[in-house]
Write a protein that binds this ligand. Structure first.
Ligand code: GLA
Ligand code: GLA
Length: 673
C-alpha cells in the first residue's frame, strides 16, 4: 500500500499554512483581484473555497456553471495561494428540498426542517446521496489537475441527524448488520423492560418523541448509527475525490468535542485532521479547554500535525452576546494551536460577509476594510508564521495519555441516571486542568489505544467500558503504568447494561477498590474529605461507598454518612519494584485537591512538566526542540528558564528568565553554542 498524502503534502514547500474560508461568490469580481493582492500581502497560502456554493454551481438540477470557480482557482493559483476545495454538499440548493422533500431532515417530533438556512439534508436519503455524489464527481473531474488544488474539504461540520422513514430503514439495516437477528437485538436493548419487545424489524424506528424516557440502549445504538450514517456519506464523497486525485489529501472539518459524531472512527478515514475552534473570549477556562481540544486533534491525527481550519479573528455572531477578542488574542490562540501540533492556522473567513446569517462574524478583512488595526494584525501574524516554518512537521511528545470515548459519553449522558451533574466532557476538563497548569503534555486517546508508551494514563470517566478495553487498562497498570480512574467508571457494558456486582466491576481488581453505592451529594453542600495525613479538602456533587480491597485510602470522606470511608484510593497494581499504581477517585474533588492527586500520580509515573515554576496563566508546551510559553493571564509573568535560548518570534536571546506581557508568546529554541 502506498502512503497516503497528509499535512506534509501541504506544508512541503509552503511552510505553515495560513489563510481562511474564502467565499468569492458573495462578491463582484472586482473585489476578487483586491482579495488576491491582500492575500499575497498577508502571506496567505491556503484558502477554503466553495463550501456553500452548490446553488451557484448547479442553479437547476443538472445545469452547471463552473466557469466562475475556474476563475477563482486560476486567480488563487496565479497568486501562490493553494486551494482547499470543498464539496458543496453541506447546503443543498432549495430546488433539492422543493422537488424532493424527502431529502429534508425530520426532527424527533416528526417535523420536517426546511431550506432557508443550511445543513438541510437527511444523511440516509438516496436522492440526496445521488445528487451530492453527482456534483462531487463533476467537481472532482473538473479540478483534478488544477495546479491550485491542494486539499479536498468534504462537506462542512458533519452532525446532521434525521428521524424520517428513510433514516428508519437505514437504521434497521445497520441493526441487522450489528445483531443479525431480532432475538439478539431484543436482548441487547433489554426490551423485556416496559414491554418493548420487537416482533418484526419493521416495528423498529429511530428514538422519536415518546411519552417518557426512551430505552437507553436503543438511543445508544441510534447515536452510533447516526455517526456511521454520516460517515458512510462522507466516505462516498471521499472515494470519488480519491479516485480522481489519489495524491491530494482529503479532510472534513471537525468541531472539537462534538457529541453527535464519533471522531475516533472518522479520523481514520481522513488524510488530514482539521478542526474548527471558537474559544469563548469570556470563558476563564478557555485556554485549557482549547489546549485540550488541540490535544484531542493531535490524538485524532495519530500524533501527526493537524490543521486548524477555522477560528475567528475576533467575535463570532452565533452566541447570544459576542465578546470581541482583545488585540493580540487571535495571535495568541493561533500560536497555541501551533504549539500543540497544528501546521496550519486558518480562519473563518477571509472577508466579512455583507449579507446573510453571518454578517456580524469577524473576518480577516473586516467590513471597515484593510486599513484597520485588525487587518494589520492579520498581516503581521502571517508574516511571523513564515519565520516559524521550521516548526512544521515536528511532534509534540507526551508521556501522559487521557482516555476519551464517544460511546461512553453518549451512554453516560442519557436521561434516568443518578445525576446529570456528572458529565463526560466536564470530567475530562477537570482532570486535564492540573496537567495543563503544570505544563504536562497530554495525548487524548481512545480506550482502544496502545497505552504501552505512556507513563501515566488518566481516565476521567469511562462509564461504558468493554471487556477488552477494561482488560487493556488492567494490563497497562499491571505492566508498570500509572492509571488514574475517575468516578462512575466501568458501570455499563457496550449495550449500556449495568455490570452487576461490586464496582467498578471490570476494573475492581486492578484498582483494589470495591464499591456498592453511587451517592450523588446535595448541590451547594461541600463534601468534606481528609488526606491520610490529616489535612482537609472538599469535594462536591458526587460520592461513592467504596471499600479498599488491596488499595490504600489516600483520602477519606470526613463527614456525614460516609465519614471514614475511602474517597481516593491508590493501589500498587503490579508486583514488586518498578510496578505501576492504580488510582480510583470516588468523588469530584475541588480543583486544588484534584491537582494534588494528579501531582502524586505524576510523581508515581516519574513525569515532570515542561518547566518547573510556571506562573499561573502561563502555558508551557514543547513541540520538537521549541519550548512555547504563552501568557493567558491578565498580568505580566516572569518565567525562569534553564537554558539559553533564542525566541523564534523576535530573534531575542533569552537567558535565565523571560518576561511575558499579557497575551505574549515566546517560542524558545535552545541557542546553538
Ligand atoms: C412510577 C412507576 C414505576 C416506576 C417508578 C420509578 O411509580 O409506576 O413504573 O417508573 O415510578 O420511580
Ligand atoms: C463554522 C462553519 C462556518 C461558519 C463558522 C462561524 O465553523 O464551518 O461555515 O459558520 O462556523 O463561526
Amino acid at each position: 500500500m502506498t502512503a497516503r498524502p497528509g499535512m506534509h503534502t501541504l506544508t512541503a514547500g509552503r511552510g505553515l499554512l495560513f489563510g481562511g474560508d474564502y467565499n468569492p461568490e458573495q462578491w463582484p469580481e472586482e473585489v476578487w483581484a483586491q482579495d488576491a493582492e491582500l492575500m499575497r500581502a498577508a502571506g496567505v497560502n491556503l484558502v477554503t473555497v466553495g463550501v456553500f456554493s452548490w446553488a451557484r454551481l448547479e442553479p437547476e438540477p443538472d445545469v452547471r456553471d463552473f466557469t466562475w470557480l475556474d476563475r477563482v482557482l486560476d486567480l488563487m493559483g496565479e497568486n501562490g495561494v493553494a486551494v482547499d476545495l470543498a464539496t458543496p454538499t453541506a447546503s443543498p440548493p432549495p430546488w433539492l428540498g422543493h422537488r424532493w422533500p424527502q431529502t429534508l431532515p425530520v426532527d424527533e417530533s416528526g417535523h420536517r426542517l426546511w431550506y432557508g438556512s443550511r445543513n438541510q439534508f437527511c444523511p440516509s436519503s438516496p436522492v440526496y446521496r445521488e445528487r451530492a455524489l453527482s456534483i462531487v464527481s463533476a467537481l472532482a473531474s473538473r479540478y483534478a489537475s488544477h495546479p491550485a488544488l491542494a486539499l479536498w474539504h468534504v462537506g462542512n461540520e458533519y452532525g446532521q441527524v434525521c428521524h424520517c422513514d428513510e433514516s428508519a430503514a437505514a437504521f434497521r439495516a445497520w441493526l441487522r448488520e450489528r445483531y443479525g437477528d431480532l432475538g439478539t437485538l431484543n436482548e441487547a436493548w433489554g426490551t423485556t423492560f416496559w414491554s418493548q419487545r420487537y416482533d418484526d424489524w419493521a416495528e423498529i424506528v429511530p428514538p422519536r418523541l415518546a411519552p417518557y424516557i426512551v430505552n437507553p440502549s436503543q438511543r445508544l445504538d441510534w447515536r452510533r448509527f447516526c455517526s456511521d450514517a454520516l460517515l458512510e456519506h462522507y466516505r462516498a464523497e471521499r472515494d470519488i475525490l480519491r479516485e480522481h486525485t489519489p495524491g491530494t489529501p482529503v479532510t472534513t472539518n471537525f468541531m472539537g468535542l462534538f457529541k453527535p459524531v464519533d471522531y475516533w472512527s472518522w479520523a481514520a478515514e481522513e488524510d488530514v485532521v482539521s478542526n474548527d475552534w471558537y474559544p469563548e473570549p469570556g470563558d476563564p477556562l478557555a485556554p485549557a479547554r482549547t489546549a485540550l481540544t488541540h490535544d484531542l486533534m493531535r490524538g485524532l491525527a495519530g500524533g501527526r500535525p493537524w490543521l486548524l481550519m477555522e477560528q475567528a479573528t475576533s467575535a463570532v455572531n452565533w452566541r447570544p452576546h459576542n465578546l470581541p477578542k482583545p488585540p493580540g488574542q487571535f495571535r495568541l490562540e493561533s500560536l497555541q494551536a501551533l504549539a500543540r501540533g497544528a501546521d496550519g492556522l486558518c480562519y473563518f473567513q477571509w472577508r466579512a460577509s455583507r449579507f446573510g446569517a453571518e454578517r456580524f462574524h469577524a473576518a480577516m478583512v473586516p467590513h471597515a476594510g484593510q486599513d484597520t488595526r485588525l487587518h494589520a494584525a492579520v498581516r503581521a501574524h502571517g508574516r511571523e508564521l513564515r519565520g516559524l516554518a521550521s516548526v512544521a512537521g515536528t511532534p509534540v511528545p507526551a508521556r501522559v495519555a487521557m482516555v476519551f470515548d464517544w460511546a461512553s459519553w453518549w451512554a453516560l449522558e442519557e436521561r434516568g441516571r443518578p445525576s446529570d451533574r456528572l458529565n463526560a466532557t466536564d470530567q475530562l476538563l477537570s482532570y486535564y486542568l492540573p496537567l495543563w497548569e503544570r505544563g504536562v503534555s497530554v495525548d487524548v486517546v481512545p480506550p482502544s489505544a496502545d497505552l504501552s508508551g505512556y507513563a501515566l494514563v488518566v481516565v476521567p470517566n469511562l462509564f461504558l467500558v468493554g471487556d477488552r478495553d477494561a482488560a487493556a487498562l488492567t494490563a497497562y497498570a499491571r505492566g508498570g503504568g500509572v492509571l488514574v480512574v475517575g468516578p462512575f467508571s466501568g458501570v455499563v457494558d457496550e449495550r449500556s447494561h449495568v455490570r452487576t456486582g461490586r464496582f467498578p466491576a471490570p476494573l475492581r481488581e486492578v484498582l483494589g477498590a470495591s464499591g456498592e453505592e453511587w451517592l450523588p451529594a446535595p448541590d451547594d453542600v461541600p463534601v468534606r474529605c481528609r488526606w491520610a495525613g490529616g489535612a482537609a479538602f472538599t469535594a462536591h456533587t458526587w460520592t461513592e461507598l467504596v471499600a479498599a480491597e488491596g488499595a490504600e485510602a489516600v483520602a477519606e470522606f470526613a463527614g456525614g454518612d460516609l465519614a471514614g470511608s475511602p474517597a481516593v484510593l491508590r493501589h500498587p497494581a503490579g508486583a514488586g519494584p518498578g510496578s505501576g499504581s492504580a488510582w480510583y477517585v470516588a468523588t469530584m474533588p475541588e480543583p486544588a485537591a484534584l491537582g494534588e492527586i494528579i501531582a502524586r500520580a505524576l510523581a508515581d509515573a516519574g513525569v515532570a512538566g515542561a518547566l518547573p515554576g510556571l506562573p499561573p496563566g502561563v502555558e508551557a508546551v514543547r513541540r520538537g526542540d521549541v519550548l512555547f510559553l504563552l501568557n493567558h493571564g491578565a498580568e505580566s509573568a516572569v518565567v525562569p528558564i534553564t537554558e539559553q535560548a533564542e525566541d523564534l518570534l523576535t530573534g531575542a536571546v533569552a537567558d535565565g528568565e523571560v518576561t511575558l506581557a499579557p497575551r505574549d508568546v515566546v517560542a524558545l529554541r535552545p541557542h546553538a553554542e
